[in-house]
Design a protein. Structure first.
Length: 295
């Protein structure tokens, strides 16, 4: 085995971890893969013979790349991020998860949290993700952010307050999650408005991201309140028969495909037996880039 093959093997050993970092930083699976490719290129051009902690070195490199990507994304965006935006979901079957997906799904990083992360400034997101999710010391994050360790700690603290003030985390029990989603799906299929309202929290928020090209009733939207969300579910009840259960970012969710064509992925937040948040990705372009075979 030559030096390049050995280096490739060492990189591959850390690939799952690095993709998890990039996904949490970017909320996009395709962009996370782009960040990994750039990380490999930088590794292949670097002399790491004296690097004792390659995992730490790679983590800081992918963090710096993701920070640059976030800043570039922010600079290109003329308008504020639309409220209906839903990050790329990680889909997996209920019965098995491959090793790389398992790393992505670790720590129950749900769509609700990723939505909150999208509201952070790039440096805040970097500090929070690397420190709070991956235990990278502030002294190592500071040079990436271009701040002092104290200032980097403050960035993470601000981000942490934003995260903690968001909606409560979903019930970790998959059985209770499934009960709520099953009740929602059954009520949708039956066209039972009252049953839908009963399984929805009174202050439920639905975010449906259909992308910029879809118009009409299926266009991107944010809906609030049990009655409003229930009415919307009934409008699309004809698709409920095609929905099947899957793990969506580690929680029970639904994948809908008609004659093999993906229509949507739905993740939910369940608290005290009721659905408090619904996150639907129905953007045809982005759905086409997801791995539905894995589910």
């Amino acid at each position: 085995m030559d030096d390049e093959e050995l280096l490739a093997d060492r990189f591959h050993a850390h690939r799952g971890h690095l993709r998890a970092v990039a996904y949490r930083m970017l909320g996009s699976l395709s962009e996370a893969d782009d960040a990994l490719q750039e990380t490999w290129l930088r590794l292949s051009r670097s002399d790491v013979s004296e690097v004792r902690n390659l995992a730490g070195w790679l983590t800081t490199v992918v963090g710096r790349i993701c920070l640059d990507m976030l800043r570039s994304r922010t600079a290109r965006r003329e308008d504020p991020m639309v409220e209906s935006f839903v990050p790329d979901p990680v889909i997996a079957p209920l019965e098995r998860v491959d090793p790389e997906q398992e790393v992505l799904l670790a720590d129950s990083v749900g769509l609700a949290l990723l939505v909150v992360l999208e509201t952070l400034e790039p440096a805040e997101r970097l500090a929070f993700v690397l420190h709070d999710m991956f235990a990278v010391p502030f002294d190592d994050i500071a040079p990436i952010a271009g701040r002092t360790s104290t200032a980097t700690r403050q960035l993470a603290s601000r981000a942490r307050r934003r995260v903690q003030s968001a909606e409560p985390a979903t019930d970790p029990d998959l059985g209770r999650q499934r009960e709520a989603v099953e009740a929602f799906l059954a009520a949708s299929r039956a066209g039972d408005f009252d049953a839908l309202v009963a399984v929805l929290d009174p202050d439920v928020v639905l975010r449906a991201d259909s992308g910029p090209l879809v118009t009409g009733l299926a266009a991107s939207k944010v809906a609030r309140g049990a009655a409003t969300v229930a009415k919307g579910a009934l409008m699309f009840r004809q698709y409920a028969q095609y929905a099947r259960f899957a793990l969506v970012n580690g929680s029970i969710g639904l994948v809908t495909a008609v004659e093999g064509r993906p229509m949507s992925v739905m993740g939910v937040t369940v608290v005290d037996g009721r659905i408090t948040g619904i996150y639907i990705l129905a953007d045809p372009e982005r759905l086409g880039r997801l791995d539905f075979a894995a589910a």
